[in-house]
Write a protein that binds this ligand. Structure first.
Ligand SMILES: *Cc1c(COP(=O)(O)O)cnc(C)c1O
Length: 377
């Protein structure tokens, strides 16, 4: 082990790969070409004009993969920064915001709204069920005085998938802008920004995209930009202010130094996605397979509806605990699954079948262990 830098020994890595097979719903496994891209030699991203082309080209690739010409920005900071930046940039003191809440991330948006002086109205529904669109339509018919609404595509702690293809156009009909958190869904679920009429779409590097944690990217509509321009009060943040990127390419001026190696890695990860037109199909097949095998083995799922292609959330069978399942996987098989947090802590185990995790040979290894655990009792 002497040739391995000390810092890597501490975090359980060798020079080839991670010891643990990550099967968590983010961070996910990182392909070799992404890791290699992060090792490329660096330039000065503030002074080297070619980096501005590379950055913009990468942003345009992301927009294309999301089926829109709306601008994408890559920010230095993981997924949470994206959610906060969307709320910080849109919210003026006193603005009314509809917070659609059928999961922990859904609920959490109320804090970002309040932090920037907005008045959140929680639309709270059963966490076991995907959002009922007809019910939402009936609610909106009576209550639609909102500047924007927050929607979570896949609420990862409970695996809840919401149908943003219907929710966003419905909100837009009332002139309500949408902030959509698709951090753990996009590219494992179909996302079409233009067709779904999404105003700000938030993504992260460490979920389906399968680059290491550290970057968020946002796709921003012209309506969202107009709302930021029309503000009469300043945005109460610098780092979470999306307008500080205005004209960056023409001015050759980033608001802060870009994390160049992270963006090289992200670009390689998006090139991988571009090279796989059937990526959503792969995720759908894997997810169906996971649910079928686990149901047959006697497992039940947290949800009644809204099963996502990217994460499966199982209840803990009698005689087992979340910790015993996680420990067995980690200690005996070097596989890392995830527990959950908030009200789900200790009650469920989550299998992340997203991005590089969503490979049949990896998933089958996990399923075999889980099936063995229920037979043993
Ligand atoms: C992972 C994730 C985020 C980003 O949060 P992290 O702190 O990176 O975990 C945001 N929203 C959802 C739904 C996520 O799954």
């Amino acid at each position: 082990m002497n040739h391995i830098p000390l810092c890597l020994q501490y975090i359980g890595m060798n020079m080839e790969n991670t010891i643990y097979k990550l099967m968590t719903p983010g961070p996910t496994q990182v392909a070799q070409n992404v890791r290699m891209a992060r090792a490329l030699s660096c330039t000065n991203p503030d002074s080297d004009e070619t980096f501005f082309d590379f950055y913009r080209d990468t942003c345009e690739l992301i927009s294309t993969l999301l089926h829109t010409k709306n601008e994408t920005l890559i920010l230095s900071g993981e997924g949470i920064l994206g959610l906060e930046a969307a709320c910080a940039s849109l919210t003026e003191p006193g603005d009314k915001v509809l917070v659609i809440d059928n999961g922990l991330y859904g609920n959490g948006f109320k804090d970002f709204v309040s932090l920037y002086g907005g008045i959140p109205t929680l639309y709270t529904k059963d966490y076991h069920e995907t959002l009922d669109i007809d019910e939402l339509a009936a609610y909106l018919a009576e209550n639609h005085d909102f500047k924007y609404a927050t929607v979570v595509h896949c609420d990862t702690p409970s695996g809840m998938l919401n149908d943003i293809s219907r929710i966003c156009p419905l909100l837009k009909k009332y002139g309500i802008l949408t902030v959509v958190d698709s951090v753990s869904a996009m590219f494992g679920e179909y996302v079409n920004v233009d067709e779904f009429q999404i105003d700000i779409l938030c993504g992260g590097s460490q979920k389906v995209v399968s680059a290491p944690a550290g970057l968020t990217f946002l796709n921003i509509s012209s309506d969202a930009k107009a709302a930021m321009k029309a503000r009469t009060t300043p945005i109460a943040s610098f780092y979470a202010n999306l307008t500080i990127f205005d004209g960056y390419y023409e001015k050759k001026w980033f608001p802060y130094t870009m994390p160049i190696s992270d963006i090289y890695g992200l670009r390689a990860a998006f090139d991988n996605i571009k090279a796989e037109p059937d990526i959503v199909e792969r995720h759908a097949k894997i997810a169906a397979h996971v649910r079928e095998v686990l149901s047959k083995a006697g497992y039940t799922f947290y949800q009644n509806s809204g099963f996502s292609n990217t994460v499966t959330v199982i209840n803990i069978p009698e005689g087992l605990t979340a910790d015993s399942i996680l420990d067995t996987c980690r200690k005996q098989y070097n596989i890392m699954l995830a527990g959950s947090f908030g009200e789900f802590a200790g009650k469920v185990v989550r299998i992340g079948h997203m991005g590089e995790n969503a490979r049949l040979e990896l998933i089958d290894e996990v399923l075999e262990i889980l099936c063995k655990l229920t037979r043993k009792k």
